[in-house]
Design a protein around this ligand. Structure first.
Ligand code: NAD
Length: 374
C-alpha cells in the first residue's frame, strides 16, 4: 500500500487539512504517492500550488481518488460509498456512537482506523491526534475568553490605580486543561485548577497554579491515563465544593471528559446564577454532553445575570494552520511507523499494538474487541 488520497473536508465549519505539503514531500521521497482534492488546504493556508510542488496530483472530486489504497480525512465520513474493499481509511470515527457507520465499513470490507482509539503509549504519542488538537484548543479557549472578558488578565499597578489579576478556574487538567493553565498564567491571571485524577496535582503546581483540593473518596485513572467515571454522589460533592471557586472566578474553563462516556455535568444554573455579570464560562465538553448547564455547541449563551457561556469544542479550528501542521505530523508518523522501507510498502501489521488498538474493521468484520458487539 502506498497510494494515498487526501480528502477535502466537507463540513463547512471544518478548517483543517489532514496532510500538509511539507509532509507530502517527505512521504513522497519515501515511496508514497498522493492525490489531493483541490482546495483541501485552502482554509488552513496551504495552496493547491504548494501541494503540486510537493509532488501531489490534484483532483477535482474525492471520488477520483477512490482507486488509492489509503484514504486520509479528519472528520468521520457519511458512509463508505465508492471505497474499494481493503482500502485503509483513517479518520475520526466516533466509534462509541457510530455503530451503523462501523457496520457499513465492515460490510464493505474497508480497513477503518479510528483516530480516537490510537493507544496512549509513549511510542504512539507522536500519532496522537487527540492530544495534538486538544492542546491547541486549550490555548484558544483562554485567548477567546480573555478577548471577551470586560477585564484584563494581568495585575497592573499604575498611577491611576491598581488592577487585580483576573481569576481563572480550570476544571479538568488533561491535555487541554494543562495548556489552558499555561496560557492563562502567561497572560498574568491567577489560576486555580481541579481534576479527579490525583496525579494531576503536581503538574498543576509546577505550572504555578493552585490545586483545589476536593476529597471525593475513590477516584483514579484507567491504564490509558483517562479519568474513571464518578458516582452521582461524588459528582454532587464535587459540584458543591467547587461552587465557591466558580463564584469568585472571572473565567471558568471546563474540560472534564470521561473517555467513551457522557461528560459529567459539573456546573449547574444555581452556581452560574451566583457568578458575577461579565464572567465567562468555556465548556470544552459541550459536544459530549456538556459540563455546564445551558451550554450550546457552536453558540454563545448569555444568561439572565450576564454570564457568558461559550462553546469550547473544536476550538483548534480557529488556528487551522498550526492544527493542520500537527495533525499532518500525526498522520505522517502513522504512515512512517508502518512503512516497510525494504518492500517500499505500508503494511497493516496487526502484530503491532498501535494497529491493534485503532483498527476497528477488516476482512468484512468489526475486529476490535471493544466494538465487536456492534
Ligand atoms: P480527557 O479529554 O479524557 O479528559 C480531560 C480531563 O478531565 C482529564 O484530565 C480527566 O481526568 C478530567 N476529568 C474527568 N472527569 C472529571 C471531573 N468530574 N472533574 C474534574 N476533572 C475531570 O483526557 P486527556 O486530556 O485526553 O488526558 C488524560 C491524561 O492522559 C493526561 O494526563 C494526559 O497527559 C494523558 N495522555 C497520555 C498520552 C500518552 O501517553 N500517549 C497521550 C495523551 C494524553
Amino acid at each position: 500500500m502506498k497510494s494515498v488520497l487526501v480528502c477535502r473536508e466537507t463540513d463547512p465549519r471544518e478548517t483543517r487539512v489532514a496532510l500538509i505539503p511539507d509532509d507530502i514531500k517527505k512521504l513522497t521521497a519515501m515511496g508514497f504517492s498522493f492525490k489531493v482534492v483541490r482546495g483541501a488546504g485552502t482554509k488552513s493556508g496551504f495552496s493547491d500550488a504548494a501541494y503540486e510542488k510537493a509532488g501531489a496530483v490534484l483532483i477535482d472530486k474525492e471520488e477520483q481518488g477512490y482507486d488509492s489504497e489509503i484514504v486520509l480525512r479528519i472528520l468521520k465520513p457519511a458512509g463508505a460509498d465508492g471505497l474499494k474493499p481493503d482500502t485503509l481509511h483513517l479518520s475520526y470515527l466516533d466509534p462509541f456512537n457510530e455503530k451503523a457507520l462501523l457496520k457499513e465499513f465492515a460490510q464493505k470490507g474497508i480497513q477503518a482506523v479510528s483516530l480516537e482509539m490510537i493507544p496512549r503509549t509513549t511510542l504512539a504519542q507522536k500519532m496522537d491526534v487527540q492530544s495534538s488538537q486538544t492542546s491547541l484548543a486549550g490555548y484558544v479557549a483562554v485567548v477567546n475568553a480573555a478577548a471577551r472578558l470586560p477585564k484584563i488578565l494581568p495585575m497592573m499597578v499604575t498611577p491611576s490605580g491598581t488592577i487585580n489579576p483576573a481569576r481563572v478556574f480550570i476544571i479538568g487538567v488533561g491535555v487541554a486543561g494543562l495548556q489552558a493553565i499555561a496560557t492563562a498564567k502567561r497572560l498574568g491571571a491567577r489560576v486555580d485548577a481541579f481534576d479527579t485524577r490525583p496525579v494531576v496535582e503536581e503538574q498543576v503546581k509546577s505550572l504555578g497554579a493552585s490545586f483545589v483540593k476536593i476529597d471525593l473518596g475513590e477516584m483514579g485513572q484507567t491504564d490509558q491515563g483517562y479519568a474513571k467515571e464518578l458516582t452521582p454522589e461524588q459528582i454532587k460533592k464535587q459540584q458543591e465544593a467547587q461552587a465557591k471557586v466558580c463564584e469568585r472566578s472571572n473565567i471558568v474553563i471546563t474540560t472534564a471528559k470521561v473517555f467513551g462516556r457522557k461528560a459529567p455535568r459539573l456546573i449547574g444554573k444555581d452556581v452560574i446564577d451566583r457568578m458575577q455579570p461579565g464572567s465567562i464560562i468555556v465548556d470544552m465538553a459541550v459536544s459530549t454532553g456538556g459540563n455546564v448547564e445551558g451550554s450550546k455547541l457552536f453558540e454563545e449563551v448569555v444568561t439572565d445575570n450576564g454570564v457568558i457561556i461559550m462553546s469550547g469544542d473544536f476550538l483548534e479550528r480557529q488556528v487551522p494552520f498550526d492544527a493542520s501542521k500537527m495533525l499532518s505530523g500525526n498522520f505522517t508518523a502513522f504512515l512512517t511507523h508502518f512503512y516497510d522501507k525494504e518492500a517500499k510498502e505500508f503494511k497493516v501489521n496487526l502484530e503491532d499494538e498501535i494497529m491493534r488498538g485503532c483498527l476497528l474493521t477488516k476482512g468484512g468484520k468489526i475486529i476490535h474487541d471493544r466494538f465487536k458487539e456492534a
